[in-house]
Design a protein around this ligand. Structure first.
Ligand code: AMP
Ligand code: GLY
Length: 428
């Protein structure tokens, strides 16, 4: 079987790597892919991005199944384009992808279906937005309505920062159309977790839990990024919390989408804030929905997956996820992102990368912003690599990952040295 993965990040490298372990997969195309997918055996990159062109390719090449990594092609309707041609693809339709592509849509949806989330209001007029901020006080969170590649959220600790964010988005149009409407919401406190499930429109299959690290620097300092590292499982999601998330968030969301006439197929990712207290009563609120796998969460999650991912996707596109099961390695997996100089502002590109070891059963270096130029590997994006290890406990996994990180070189490399710190704190 030949498969197609759409996207170019570490998540897509991990998807292709995992799918190639299926005995029934002969080749995986990744569009557009990266330096890692370009060099993996039985894998090749495809320089296509337009949904119609991708569907044409899938038809001509006899691609058995396509999986979509990032949000942009989903919001462009790539799933609709494939389905119109009778092609099998796993992901949400353009309408369902609004759960991620419009924060205002997602917030109104959550209120309508009583899914717990921060209090909010939506604005297009700066004057009204400024007045709301003054009335609410700081800290407060300003979010661009549309897709902004991780740059659309400002957690403002002061009124000045909040007013500046509104001026930038609604006044100066700093984020273009994505920021022409803003959601302003209550700032939530607690511990974050990523809760990702597969859905076939009706049946739900949860993936292993995980936790991302959004801030650039150790101890969660510095600017927000797309994610500097992740690990799985996330100890904060106890069995009780897992059950509650399913009942209070995931099931009502899938049911709500069906009620609204937009059945959800694909990965549903609930970014959660879990406040302090007893597991039975502590508040669980949705910070955001994504309609795709997380990056870098996917890398450690797939490292722990023992089942054949192709079989799971087949059940998902056939609407039989109730018959699917996933066997997880009980060990901990942890991925450390190595980012380029100047990330997340304007990452410097073109630095030579050396020292990446071959994939091992307990450590795989997934590529993101890398490209092959004259046989040499160079940085080509903000997040460059995700060094992902698997070991018996968080500390051993951390050690294994950082041992590999230290063997890799490129000028200006930035990485956190404390990925997994919350889990370590819980263990000690
Ligand atoms: P989002 O893209 O909505 O996940 O926001 C990115 C990050 O901003 C989240 O992972 C949180 O760390 C933070 N964030 C978003 N919304 C809130 C909120 N209401 N309160 C506190 N932090 C938030
Ligand atoms: N790691 C967060 C995300 O994928 O949105």
């Amino acid at each position: 079987m030949k498969l197609l993965v759409i996207g170019s990040g570490g998540r897509e490298h991990a998807l292709a790597w995992k799918l190639l372990q299926s005995p029934r997969v002969s080749h995986v195309y990744v569009a557009p892919g990266n330096g890692g997918t370009a060099t993996m055996a039985r894998c090749s990159n495809l320089a296509l991005s337009n949904p119609a062109a991708l569907a044409d390719f899938a038809k001509t090449e006899g691609i058995a199944l396509t999986v979509v990594g990032p949000e942009a092609p989903l919001a462009q309707g790539v799933v609709d384009a494939f389905r119109a041609q009778g092609l099998k693809i796993f992901g949400p339709t353009r309408a369902a992808a609004q759960l991620e592509s419009s924060k205002d849509f997602a917030k109104a949806f959550m209120v309508r279906h009583r899914i717990p989330t921060a209090l909010y209001q939506t604005f297009t007029e700066p004057t009204a937005a400024h007045a709301y901020i003054d009335a609410q006080g700081a800290p407060i969170v300003i979010k661009a309505d549309g897709l902004a590649a991780g740059k659309g959220v400002v957690v403002a600790l002061t009124l000045t920062e909040a007013h500046e964010a509104v001026d930038a988005m609604l006044g100066d149009g700093s984020l273009g159309a994505a920021g022409a409407r803003v959601v302003i919401e209550e700032c939530l406190l607690g511990e974050e977790a990523s809760f990702i499930v597969l859905c076939d429109g009706k049946n739900i299959l949860p993936l292993a839990t995980s936790q991302d690290h959004k801030r650039l620097q150790d101890a969660d300092q510095g600017p927000n990024t797309g994610g500097m590292g992740a690990y799985s499982p996330a100890p904060v999601v106890s069995q009780t919390i897992h059950q509650r998330v399913m009942n209070e968030v995931i099931k009502p969301t899938i049911q709500g989408m069906t009620t609204d006439g937009i059945p959800f197929t694909g990965f549903l990712y609930a970014g959660l804030m879990i406040d302090d207290g007893d597991d039975a009563t502590r508040a669980i609120k949705v910070l955001e929905f994504n309609c795709r796998l997380g990056d870098p969460e996917t890398q450690p999650i797939l490292m722990r997956m023992r089942s054949d991912l192709l079989e799971v996707f087949e059940q998902a596109v056939n609407g039989t996820l109730d018959q699917a099961e996933i066997d997880w390695d009980p060990r901990t997996s942890l991925g450390v992102v190595m980012a380029s100089a100047n990330y997340p502002l304007t990452p410097r590109l073109g630095d030579l990368i050396t020292g990446i070891p071959a994939a091992q059963p307990d450590c795989v270096v997934f590529h993101a912003g890398t490209t092959l130029k004259d046989e040499a590997l160079q940085t080509s994006g903000g997040r460059v690599l995700c060094v992902t290890a698997l070991a018996d406990n968080v500390r051993a996994t951390q050690q294994r990952a950082y041992q590999t990180v230290h063997s890799i070189n490129f000028d200006g490399a930035q990485y956190r040295t404390d990925i997994g710190w919350r889990a370590l704190e819980k263990n000690t």
